[in-house]
Design a protein around this ligand. Structure first.
Ligand code: AMP
Ligand code: MG
Length: 486
């Protein structure tokens, strides 16, 4: 039996300037660490065969499955505000696309599978730590119901990669509804290649937004949709305390999925200015800056689309500005309604925004854990919520106003609790847990990795046997920086 991937590739049929054809570079001795069996089945793949030695070789890039048309995609991007006209997949190779059980087209991509024409000075490889981090956090995001790329598999390569030190090498198999980024549009726009921008826009519309294909102004509608998806996505990040860490335009997906998990993290204590990424020295991508940065990225996308909007440049700019102007409203609506749900409100009233903002401000002042505050609030466990605040009386005062606010809503306490428990997770991928998983894995112990994945697959369930995973780090376990590890 050989592993069969039902590929139906479309990106590789686009003009040659869109990618470079390149095969993965075989690795010494691949070993499967983890296969996401449920995802494999969803993609129409045989999980047993993927777990066979042949499957591991495919997932490590040592062997190509039938029908694969391996390519490295071209893209550009603004990195920390500076434009780089050519980035591209420097260590990722798209094997092809399959249609999943929901009828959705999915890219299957190897990350860490060897150099490509876009590698610049990089080695095309990935280290085990970042591969496990991406696996854990992307699957946790999925379980939290947040749009994201997913992880199909992780393998160790049997080779070492040179970073600050020598580290075990690994390959991640990533699944995305596409790997098209704002930076992909920028690649063509920067070259003055309007035909390229149009071909890409047409591909994106057919693939992600087919219902606008027949719209009177499909390219305007495309920008509108991407603006809406990004506004919704960033609101969802904020609502769970997620910090992407490297929101460069090349890490901003056109489909609205969270993509490129590098030095990302969930915060423990609520602090709007929180930054983890060691490379984000200016705090450009701090937690609370994320909406503003998403809009900045979308503005770069709009610039690429201007030639498709109108031959009259002023008119095109005016139209783009109008569409970009909808971001703030869309973001605020998603964020505020999410916050209302987090504090258990079923209705919407004047003053709600101030009420929830006062809670957040009090949390920030009192070093309250973001996740636990909302989770304990859901359980009406007033004592436990109070414990989150350095000055518990500050919470009591807020809690009185909160109870007054929902007193005249018709829902029962049980209904309110159930609704809140469904939006306020008990378990997030806390940094100190991820670090512990990586430290064990480097010593060839994958039990902590498996256990963490199990816990995070049901973030809204109590799982009393894993209660410790809900806890924030002890002072000596605190992780204050995350590294790109590229
Ligand atoms: P990232 O920070 O992972 O989003 O990557 C930014 C750019 O650097 C992309 O073009 C990557 O393909 C490239 N890159 C990152 N790490 C490596 C590596 N080890 N080898 C080659 N290219 C890399
Ligand atoms: Mg990237």
């Amino acid at each position: 039996m050989t592993v069969h991937f039902p590929f139906q590739n479309t990106y590789a049929a686009l003009p040659a300037s869109f990618f470079a054809r390149v095969a993965p570079t075989p690795v010494a001795s691949p070993r499967l660490i983890k296969l996401n069996r449920a995802l494999a089945v969803h993609l129409g793949l045989d999980p047993d065969l993927l777990e066979s030695p042949e499957g591991a070789e495919i997932l490590a890039g040592k062997r190509l499955p039938d029908g694969a048309d391996p390519i490295a995609m071209a893209y550009a991007g603004h990195q920390f505000g500076h434009f780089v006209p050519q980035l591209g997949d420097g260590r990722a190779i798209l094997l092809g696309e399959v249609i999943d059980k929901d009828g959705v087209r999915r890219d299957i991509q190897l990350k860490g599978s060897g150099p490509t024409p876009f590698s610049r000075r990089g080695d095309g490889r990935a280290a085990l730590g970042p591969v496990l981090r991406e696996y854990i956090v992307s699957e946790a995001m999925f379980a939290l119901g947040i749009p994201t790329t997913r992880s199909l598999a992780a393998v160790t390569s049997g080779e070492r990669v040179q970073r600050e030190t020598m580290l075990p090498g690994a390959v991640l198999t990533r699944v995305a509804s596409s790997h098209i980024r704002v930076g992909t549009f920028q690649f063509f726009a920067a070259r003055g290649d309007t035909d390229g921008v149009r071909a890409l826009a047409d591909h994106v519309i057919a693939r992600h937004y087919p219902d606008i294909g027949l719209a009177e102004r499909p390219y305007h509608a495309l920008l509108e949709r991407v603006v809406a998806r990004q506004a919704d996505l960033v609101a969802r990040w904020l609502l769970v305390g997620f910090i992407h860490g490297v929101m460069n335009t090349d890490n901003c997906s056109i489909s609205g999925e969270t993509i490129d998990y590098g030095p990302c993290a969930f915060m423990d204590e609520y602090n709007p200015a929180q930054v983890f990424s060691s490379i984000d020295e200016m705090g450009r991508y701090a937690y609370a800056n994320q909406p503003q940065i998403a809009l900045w990225n979308l503005t770069r996308l709009a610039e690429c689309l201007l030639p498709l909007f109108s031959d009259d440049k002023d008119k095109a700019i005016e139209q783009a500005q109008f569409i970009l102007g909808e971001f703030a409203e869309k973001f605020t609506a998603a964020y505020q309604s999410g916050l209302r749900r987090k504090i258990g409100l079923f209705t919407e009233r004047d003053g709600d925004e101030a009420l929830v903002q006062d809670l957040l401000d009090t949390m920030a002042k009192n070093q309250a854990d973001f996740t636990l505050t909302f989770r304990h609030l859901s359980d009406a466990a007033a004592g436990k919520v109070r414990d989150q605040f350095t000055d518990p009386a500050a919470f009591d005062e807020w809690a009185t106003r909160w109870r007054q606010r929902f007193a005249d809503e018709p829902q029962s306490a049980a209904e309110r609790q159930a609704a809140m428990r469904g939006v306020n997770p008990a378990f997030i991928p806390r940094n100190h847990r991820i670090e512990a998983v990586i430290a064990a894995a480097v010593n060839d112990d994958y039990k902590p990795f498996e256990e963490l994945l199990t816990v995070l697959s049901k973030p809204f369930e109590d799982q009393p046997q894993f209660a410790a995973y809900a806890e924030p780090p002890l002072p000596n376990q605190r992780v204050t920086q995350t590294f790109c590890g590229t």
